[in-house]
Write a new protein. Structure first.
Length: 339
């Protein structure tokens, strides 16, 4: 018997209905589970009724429970959107989190106090992030303490991931009004015009790593809402020209592919109440031969400028598969031998 056949609870002023829409019906089927067993598990634990109506789920019960169940269902659906499955154990863990509520992100002062006591961690809506290496710890401290920070090193060292985590913390903590995430779309070159779709659809593939990081720290629905409200913007570097980025946390990723003029343009967008993070890997420059990397020029020009920090990573800081660190080390040795 499906959930839609369940007898609704008695009506009262306190027991009402929250309607949730799930656009992908295939994912909704997975969310409900075989014979709606996932919904039954949630109903039993939370004391609500969940009624299925097409691609909608209606949560019926007291207001507080409805809010918790709505957030839980959206979180589980977001997990399915990323290609991960859900089972009884996953639902049980989500139910425990819904019952206790996620730990609130620390205020900026609390975060700095934690650093002073030797604890380096970042709290976001979905998870707590803890830097693993000394270089990562120093980098995170500088992200909170400096208005402009550079993170330079090979792929897999957490440069962008940690920067986005700090940005999310500052956004949901009210320290900034919005996040601006940008990358040069150098890889597209002239091919950009041949890709199908409008401009957003053309450039989104190059922005995907930034979307991936956001979805690790915020529920999918919240990410979508923040983007719709322009509180999170993800755009190619060229779109930054002529803007003043005030009260914003700005991240320029893959900065080795910005030209000197583009880098200067982005850095001079910094407005009141804003912070900037520049990340890049000097060994992966995709600019045409003879064009200087704006990242290298910025290192040289801005060295020693007050309020600007530079953090450097090596293969020892790689937090992906251990083989990635060995690959980077091998290439570094080859560069040293042929340089």
């Amino acid at each position: 018997m499906g959930i839609s056949a369940l007898t609704p609870p008695p009506r009262s002023d306190e027991i009402r209905e929250t309607l949730l829409e799930f656009p992908d019906n295939r994912l909704l089927i997975d969310l409900c589970g075989e014979f709606d067993r996932n919904l039954a598990q949630i109903e039993h634990a939370m004391g609500v009724h969940i009624l299925r109506r097409g691609n909608h789920l209606a949560v019926v019960g007291p207001a507080e429970a409805r809010g918790q169940v709505a957030a839980l269902l959206q979180t589980l659906y977001g997990r399915l959107e990323t290609g991960r499955g859900i089972d009884a154990g996953e639902i049980d863990a989500a139910l425990r989190l819904a019952a206790t509520g996620p730990e609130a992100p620390a205020s900026l002062d609390e975060q700095l106090e934690m650093f002073a006591s030797g604890r380096i961690e970042i709290r976001t809506r979905k998870k707590q992030v803890e830097p693993r290496t000394e270089a990562q710890k120093a980098y995170v401290k500088n992200l909170f303490q400096n208005e402009l920070a550079f993170g330079i090193g090979p792929a897999g060292t957490g440069k962008t991931y940690l920067a986005v985590a700090v940005g999310v913390t500052m956004l949901i903590g009210g320290h900034v009004d919005r996040m601006i995430l940008s990358r040069p779309a150098v890889e597209a070159g002239e091919r950009l015009g041949f890709l199908p779709g409008d401009m957003k659809e053309k450039v989104d593939p190059y922005m995907q790593p930034l979307y991936d990081a956001l979805n690790d720290f915020l529920p999918a629905k919240q990410v979508q809402k923040l983007i719709e409200d322009k509180r999170i913007e993800i755009a190619p570097l060229a779109f930054m020209r002529g803007r003043t980025l005030a009260n914003a946390f700005c991240v320029l990723d893959e900065a080795q592919n910005a030209t000197t003029m583009q880098m200067k343009m982005f850095l001079t967008r910094l407005g009141e109440g804003s912070r900037m993070v520049i990340t890049g890997d000097r060994t992966q420059v995709d600019l045409p031969r003879g064009v200087n990397s704006g990242l290298s020029d910025a290192e040289r020009i801005l060295e020693g400028v007050k309020g600007i920090s530079f953090n450097y990573f090596t293969a020892k800081d790689v937090v992906r598969h251990p083989l990635v660190a060995r690959i980077i080390a091998a290439y570094d040795r080859d560069d040293g031998a042929t340089g």
